[in-house]
Structure formats: C-alpha cells, structure tokens
Write a protein that binds this ligand. Structure first.
Ligand SMILES: Nc1ncnc2c1ncn2[C@@H]1O[C@H](COP(=O)(O)OP(=O)(O)OP(=O)(O)O)[C@@H](O)[C@H]1O
Ligand SMILES: [Mg+2]
Length: 355
C-alpha cells in the first residue's frame, strides 16, 4: 500500500503513483488472475517479489478473495514450479487427520500403525506445501510446525531420525490471526514466523473497478460450460453490482453470474435474474427495519440488520450468518450458498461462535 504522505510503498522504496503499478512491469504470467485495480496490482507485484523466495508467505483475505489462486501463482512462479504443489486444509487436519498426516509415522508408532506412512511434509519435499485455513491448525500441532519451519527437518511419529526436507510453505487464512493470537487460539511465535512475508488480499468491495471484467469473464466461462449464449450484462446490473457489498467476494460474483446465465431467457443478464439482496440496494445499505419493510411488500424475504457505527465487521458477519441461517430454517447448505461461501467455511464460522 502506498503511503500518501511519504510517497513510499510498504517496502520503503520511493514510487511514483502513476507508473509504479502496471502489469507490464511484472515478471510472472498472471493472465488468469484478472484485475487492474491498484489494490489488485499491488497484490500481483507482491506475488512477483515473493515468488522466488523460499520463505513462508502468509496470504490473508476474506472468503472468496482468491487466496488459493494467489498461492497457485506463487508456486507456479517459484523455482519449484515444475513440481506439484501439495495442498492441505488445516480444518481437515483438525477434524479428521492427525500429526501423522503432516509428519508421517513409523510402523508400530501407535495402535493401528501397521505400516510406515510418509507425511505431507516429506511428500512436498522439493516443492510447495500450501497450508490452507492455517487458523484452524490445532494448538498441539502449532509448535511442531514452527519447529519444522525453523529447522527444515521432520521427525516421523514413533521415529528417531531427523529427516531433512526442503519445503516451501504457503499459508492462507480468512480469519484475523492477530485476533486469534489475542484470543489465545493461535501461537504468537508461529504467527510472527508466518507473517514475515504477508499478502493481504483486498475484498471485492475494495476493488469495485474490477467487477465488470470479472463478471464478463465468469459470463464467458458459464456460457462455455452450459452451452448457453448469454452475450451481455445489462448496464443496470453493473450498477447494482457496484452498489452491493459482496460478502462472499469473487466466488459470490461467480455464483451469481452462473445462476443468472441459467435463468436468462434472452441474450442479456437483467436485474430480475439476480438474487433479491443484490437487486435491492436497501437490503445491503442496512436501513432501518421500518424503511425496508415499507419498501418491500414481500418483507419475509429480507432480514434487516441495522448496525450502529462502530460495530466490528466480525459482529456484522456473525449477525448476517445467523440471520441467514434462521431464514433458511437452519439448512447449512442453503445458508452457505446464499452467503456465497462454501459449506466448510460456514461450518468453521459456526464452530467459532460455539454453535
Ligand atoms: N483475480 C481473479 N481473477 C479471476 N478469478 C478469480 C480471481 N480471484 C479469485 N477468482 C476465482 O474466485 C473463486 C474463489 O477464489 P479462491 O478459491 O482462490 O478464494 P479463497 O480466498 O481461497 O476462498 P476461501 O477463503 O473461501 O477458501 C475461484 O473460482 C477463483 O478462480
Ligand atoms: Mg480457499
């Protein structure tokens, strides 16, 4: 991010705002990663700078902002790009997998360990290990991960040998790790280690200039996969997109275009093919309950969430999730779909709220 007062970027270099950010100046090939907004170009510039390093990169951003896509780009542009990136969701480790999944085990390490098992760190040796949803990594595994990052060696469960590994770790999170550290849910030392190279992805509402190009891209993609011929997006639709808050970010946009293409009867996406909360500016401008009820004869469709200024985004997110869950009669799949997030993300958030 450029500092307005000093004219310096985050790295202390003097930059001129007009010429500093452009795709032409990037070394990597990021054609599939769309966007020309300043916030997005800064992300690509960081990908460019960090890709060749073997250090850990932390990628943070709200759900659907493209963290996995950026991780894939970092890997592809790295010196390890010729190998396959190993992807693991730490939420799954928390639920189903164990220490042995990450670090492996020797035969007889525990009851049922009747064969040696090679863990993901060894599998990813000479390549990249992408630890998605790092905020979900169980506390008991956090010091072990930190040790591997520091020593570049693993010890299989039940084994004594220190096995050297050459793994470049990328980690992603959609929760605020700083808050998780403050809440005692994430170790400070691991957080400090992870964040030395940090890419913060902007929310879609912070890069609205990119919405038309992204929408067009998803339109072409959906036409191709469903053999439909919806050529255009009506300008009124683009205005509604510009006013919408996009809690599910780019994934939500993709879902909305996909649905609209299937609903479209002519060759253009029109406002009626959009979900009601995108179509109705009141619903996301958080008006008073009375105004929205008056404006919407079909009031049962809307849950109005008025928030006093100063409410944290986290609290707003929680209210939005709980209200949607209530509207969908507790159906998590429908709730996740309506919020533009995946079911697992919803599940994790509900667990955070102790529900
Ligand atoms: N800049 C972009 N250009 C084109 N497509 C994008 C861009 N960013 C994200 N997408 C697409 O948006 C969707 C969501 O991206 P991705 O899965 O990387 O998000 P995420 O941040 O990992 O989300 P989550 O936190 O829910 O896991 C994907 O289909 C991805 O291809
Ligand atoms: Mg992801």
């Amino acid at each position: 991010m450029q500092n307005q007062k000093t004219g310096k970027n985050t790295y202390g270099d003097l930059v001129s705002p007009e010429t500093s950010l452009s795709r032409e100046k990037l070394h990597g090939n990021y054609k599939s990663i769309l966007g020309e907004s300043a916030g997005h170009l800064e992300v690509l510039q960081q990908v460019d700078m960090f890709a060749k390093s073997s250090q850990t990169v932390l990628i943070s951003g709200e759900t659907g902002t493209g963290k996995e896509l950026i991780a894939a780009a970092l890997h592809a542009e790295s010196l390890r790009g010729g190998h396959t990136m190993v992807v693991v969701s730490c939420a799954e480790i928390a639920e189903n997998l164990t220490e042995s999944e990450l670090f492996g085990h020797e035969r007889g390490a525990f009851t049922g360990a009747d064969q040696q098992h090679i863990g993901l760190f060894e599998t990813a040796s000479r390549s990249t290990l992408f630890l998605d949803e790092i905020g979900e990594l169980p506390m008991r595994l956090q010091p072990k991960l930190l040790r591997v990052l520091q020593e570049n060696k693993i010890r299989r469960m039940g084994g004594t040998a220190q096995i050297p590994v050459s793994v470049r770790v990328l980690a992603a999170t959609n929760i605020d790790l700083k808050e998780a550290v403050a809440a005692g849910k994430f170790r400070r030392d691991l957080y400090e280690r992870l964040k030395s190279l940090h890419i913060q992805l902007p929310a879609l509402r912070e890069r609205r200039e990119d919405i038309p190009a992204l929408a067009k891209h998803f339109l072409i993609k959906e036409n191709n996969s469903s053999s439909r011929k919806v050529a255009d997006i009506n300008s009124e639709v683009l205005l509604l997109f510009d006013a919408y808050s996009w809690p599910g970010n780019i994934r939500e946009l993709e879902g909305i275009i996909g649905r609209a293409v299937l609903l479209a009867e002519g060759s253009e996406i029109l406002p009626p093919y959009l979900p009601s909360d995108v179509r109705t500016p009141q619903a996301h401008a958080l008006p008073s309950a009375d105004a929205t009820a008056a404006a919407n004869p079909n009031a049962a469709e809307y849950f109005v969430l008025p928030f006093p200024i100063g409410t944290t985004l986290k609290e707003i997110e929680k209210s939005a999730i709980l209200a949607t869950l209530a509207r969908e009669n507790g159906n998590q799949s429908k709730t996740a779909k309506s919020l533009g997030i995946d079911r697992r993300t919803l599940h994790n958030k509900l667990r955070d709220y102790n529900m």
